[in-house]
Write a protein that binds this ligand. Structure first.
Ligand SMILES: [Zn+2]
Ligand SMILES: [Zn+2]
Length: 117
């Protein structure tokens, strides 16, 4: 999805870069967020800290960060089943931290032992 397509989407009002659309700075550690709830007067906005994070590197496609926030707008939800389903519909992988069972990955410590014959 290109930035043009994102901004043309009926659920997207705009992309605020560098600060929240309400004028406040993004909290420390937050690189982007979405205003997905109906009660929010800024509903439909995605706010992102850095312009470098809008597009995939070397691509016209929007980044996984923006797709993540776009899924919040479409689902009008936090990190719940509706959001996960929307992510899948968008063809986005769901980061481990947002999977339903948030178990720490064992991949880094697991050793695959050779089976002896
Ligand atoms: Zn915001
Ligand atoms: Zn999120």
């Amino acid at each position: 999805m290109t930035l043009h397509e994102l901004l043309a989407h009926r659920r997207v009002r705009g992309l605020s870069v560098g600060q929240c659309v309400d004028g406040s700075p993004l909290p420390t550690g937050v690189y982007a967020h979405a205003h997905q709830y109906p009660k929010d007067s800024n509903r439909g906005w995605v706010c992102i800290r850095s312009p470098r994070d809008i597009l995939r590197r070397g691509s016209r496609e929007i980044s996984t960060t923006v797709m993540h926030e776009f899924a919040h707008l479409l689902a009008a939800a936090g990190h719940d089943d509706d959001w996960r389903r929307t992510m899948r519909e968008l063809g986005q992988p769901i980061p481990a931290a947002y999977r339903k069972r948030n178990r720490p990955s064992k991949l880094s410590t697991q050793r695959v032992s050779k089976r002896r014959r």
